[in-house]
Design a protein around this ligand. Structure first.
Ligand code: ASP
Length: 347
């Protein structure tokens, strides 16, 4: 049943796990997720919104290190099942792999027309100095934000420490600071100060009239291979010899560079000829891959390596898994890797 448009906003909070709902185990002193189903009791401030808020808790709640593609699909399916009933969705998730989940969700959803805001915290919500309350309260407000009856941010986003990022542009950059995330290659979509300032010029809006669709297949025959000075042919060879390997995200130096050693280029050329898709991503926090700018990248271009331009590693690996999962032919996968599907890559 579709909800009445005149009603107060209704928001679905999906608690998947993460520090925000963790407690310290007395036996070990470690933080572990609990069944955090009384969010409004923990954060009574939420009631002041006068929104209709409902909560779904994943069982078991997960530390995000244990999140898998099946969990991405479970989150997406939960949203799809409740799509007509709610104006917006807040996904509470561990910060460690939040950027991977946000990227994966952005590919899963086609024609997303409502906000899906991921957030979490560095300190559990039950602690005095928690950052979880502000993150949750503002994420809920953003998920409910509308202008002329239309959602302000119909995207998969990460809200953290007063900034709203496009989910597939964000990375976790700090394990301690409350400002745990950043988005170097794309501006924040909103900044929360006294007012929440939305930067509509950077927000994507779906084509009207298109139905939400879910693409739920991911292929895990992939690897991220990070270059380092002194990487040996043994290591390189053994990675490219993994049985069933379909795709490699190669994290290269600077603007997409690798050593010019003949053995390295030979392995890459052979792998491409064997149908392995190789995507070139920079190890740098910002900037982009420009294959052919230096002698140390032209051989990758000639061998048929695909440029990942300015994608984050998180956006790149999930995109590769997603495109391989769709079962497209190699040429189509290569073309789409380099194409802007959900705002994850600059044109
Ligand atoms: N280990 C936690 C997780 O990712 C960290 C956090 O939530 O901040 O689930």
């Amino acid at each position: 049943m579709e909800k009445n448009k005149e009603e107060n906003p209704s928001i679905l909070i999906i608690y998947t796990g993460g520090t925000i709902g963790m407690v310290q185990r007395p036996e070990t002193g470690t933080l572990a997720p609990v069944k955090f189903d009384q969010i409004q009791k923990e954060v009574p401030e939420l009631n002041k919104f006068n929104y209709n808020i409902k909560t779904i808790t994943f069982n078991p709640a997960l530390d995000s290190s244990n999140v898998t593609p099946e969990v991405w699909v479970e989150i997406a399916t939960t949203i799809k099942d409740n799509y007509e009933l709610f104006d917006g969705f807040v996904v509470l998730h561990g910060t460690d792999t939040m950027a991977y989940t946000a990227s994966a969700l952005s590919y899963i959803f086609e024609n997303l027309g409502k906000p899906v805001i991921l957030t979490g915290s560095q300190l559990p919500i039950g602690t005095l100095r928690t950052d979880g309350k502000e993150n949750l309260i503002t994420a809920v407000e953003i998920a409910a934000a509308r202008i002329n009856g239309k959602c302000l941010v119909p995207e998969v986003c990460i809200y953290f420490d007063f900034e709203l990022y496009r989910g597939n542009r964000a990375v976790k950059r700090d394990a301690d600071l409350f400002s745990a995330f950043r988005s170097v290659n794309y501006p924040a979509l909103a900044v929360a100060g006294v007012d929440i300032k939305y930067r509509k010029e950077f927000i994507q809006y779906p084509e009207p009239g298109k139905e939400l669709e879910l693409n739920t297949q991911f292929n895990d025959n992939v690897v991220i291979l990070k270059m380092f000075p002194g990487i040996s042919s043994r290591v390189f060879n053994s990675v490219f010899s993994i049985p069933g390997l379909k795709g490699v995200v190669l994290e290269t130096f600077g603007a997409g560079n690798v050593p010019t050693a003949a053995w390295l280029v030979d392995i890459i050329r052979q792998a491409v000829q064997n149908g392995i898709i190789i995507l070139n991503i920079t190890q740098c926090q910002g900037g982009k891959v420009v294959m052919g700018q230096y002698e140390t990248s032209i051989q990758l271009l000639k061998a048929g390596v695909v440029s990942g331009n300015d994608m984050t590693t998180e956006a790149a690996i999930t995109k590769l898994m997603f495109l391989l999962g769709q079962g497209y032919p190699a040429d189509q996968i290569k073309m789409n890797l380099n194409k802007n599907l959900r705002g994850e890559i600059s044109n």
